[in-house]
Design a protein around this ligand. Structure first.
Ligand code: FA5
Ligand code: MG
Length: 450
């Protein structure tokens, strides 16, 4: 049970973000540290690694076939973010524990797919790319941050032309390019599967297969492009660098707005890393956008994930650093990609672990509590820690959980790992920050510290 967010004031207030005013209501859950990152626009900052990564991927999807949109506004309606894409009303992504709400019908976009329907409706080009900042309440660790960047891609064809041979020709040309690289692609599943990954009832198998082949080969070439650049950079740093053949794999996936759907994973540092989701666009989206005769694919790539592979950036927080020892390493790369170098960590400062253990309010005590009891959600802990301690939090993980046999009360213990990317934290400093975290947990979650 938790009280976080339940203390919203009853008189409506307004909030102004990027010059626009919004009415707050009981759904509002936007902390100040998130609001302040909206203006950073890392994906269009010259020589920023997110922006460099964006332009490398864009080079695989050139205009005018693909229109490039990089300045779409981050605040969207729940209709754009969810309903237009067919998210059911009870989808967990809609909950306040996962999404930042300005008010009941307005959110910070949780993905670039929020702009799909509008861009299909405008029908201004055969394809498009949308790069943008996206926002999610999420865990804290080295590859997750509540603000990150995605690139949406889509390509449409007049349905009558899908099987005229043009797509097949483009796919053959891509396959020829791919055959020159030693990439190992695993794709063990059939293109569609009746239960797990169904063909849409109004598509023929040939149509879906043509679209899927174009989609998969286009994205495999993106991976080749990124890793060729990464390899060149590695060779510059170490001429004896021996590259291993790159391994990627396609796995079946589910998204409410594509079918069939897939995710692409890359084998990296001993593990499979998910870099994108994609699929054949559901025909309903085209119908609702008044372009019912189009057929096509869409994908969504996590730009931080790709940038971490490309530059060997070890921690997602670094992208937000204003430290010249970080930013200066990418100077000039936007203009000349041959200047691309691996990131050289300027130093690894020591980590400092602190534990916090607390009793949750037991749900049976609701009678005396007065007011609504809310379910405890781990993302609340994550956000409270992030809000109280900022970017010196490297990760937060639960280390213990038990229920007292007599009282039935639940106890949790979390370990917070503090480490600055820019300097050594003193123990006093870490203690002080940790005290703030403890206080905030009591104040906002109503827990009892142990
Ligand atoms: C989506 O967001 C879908 N909109 C993608 C899509 C688009 C599917 C178009 C089909 C058609 P997902 O939640 O899996 O899917 O996120 C897509 C990518 O964003 C992930 O593969 C990952 O690379 C990245 N990503 C997701 N969460 C985070 C995070 N917290 N931090 C950094 N990157 C993340
Ligand atoms: Mg995913």
């Amino acid at each position: 049970p938790c009280r976080y967010n339940s203390n919203t004031s009853t008189s409506p207030e307004t909030i102004t973000i990027e010059g626009k005013s919004y009415q707050k209501d009981s759904w509002h859950n936007l902390p100040p540290n998130i609001t302040s990152s909206i203006s950073r626009r890392l994906h269009v900052q010259k020589d920023h690694p997110i922006s460099i990564t964006r332009s490398i991927i864009e080079s695989r999807f050139p205009s005018p076939t693909y229109a490039h949109h990089n300045t779409l506004f981050p605040i969207v309606s729940t209709y754009q973010n969810f309903d237009s894409l067919g998210f059911p009303l009870d989808h967990p992504g809609r909950s306040k524990t996962d999404t930042y709400y300005i008010n009941a019908s307005t959110v910070l976009r949780t993905h670039t797919s929020a702009h799909q329907a509008d861009t299909f409706r405008a029908n201004a080009s055969e394809g498009f790319l949308i790069s943008a900042d996206v926002y999610r309440r999420d865990a804290i660790d080295r590859s997750h941050y509540p603000v990150f960047h995605q690139m949406e891609g889509a390509r449409m064809w007049d349905r009558s032309k899908v099987l005229n041979g043009d797509i097949a020709k483009a796919v053959w040309a891509d396959m020829e390019k791919l055959s020159k690289h030693g990439m190992k692609v695993e794709d063990p599943n059939p293109p569609t599967h009746e239960e797990r990954n169904p063909l849409q009832s109004e598509h023929s198998l040939q149509e879906a297969e043509a679209i899927a082949a174009h989609l998969k080969r286009s994205l495999e070439l993106v991976v080749v492009e990124i890793f060729t650049r990464a390899k060149q950079a590695a060779l510059k740093a170490d001429p004896s660098f021996i590259d291993e053949p790159l391994r990627v794999r396609w796995i079946e996936a589910y998204f409410p707005f594509t079918s069939p759907s897939w995710e692409l994973e890359v084998f990296w540092q001993g593990d499979w890393l998910e870099v994108l989701g994609c699929g054949v666009v559901k025909q309903d989206l085209f119908k609702n956008a008044d372009v019912p005769d189009q057929l096509g694919w869409a994908f969504g790539i996590g730009l931080e994930r790709i940038a971490m592979l490309l530059f060997e950036i070890p921690d997602i927080r670094l992208f937000w650093s204003k430290d010249p020892r970080f930013l200066d390493q990418f100077k000039g790369v936007s203009e000349d990609l041959d200047k691309l170098r691996k990131f050289v960590p300027f130093s690894k400062y020591p980590a400092c672990y602190k534990d916090v253990a607390f009793w949750l309010k037991s749900s049976s005590s609701a009678a005396g509590g007065g007011g609504m009891e809310m379910e405890f959600h781990e993302n609340d802990v994550m956000e409270i820690v992030r809000d109280a301690a900022g970017d010196i939090v490297e990760d937060v993980s639960m280390t213990d959980s038990f229920v007292h046999p007599k009282t039935g009360r639940k106890s949790l213990c979390y370990r917070v790992n503090y480490r600055s990317l820019e300097r050594t934290l003193t123990n006093e400093e870490a203690n002080e920050v940790h005290e703030r975290v403890r206080g905030a947990l009591v104040e906002k979650l109503g827990v009892e510290l142990r």
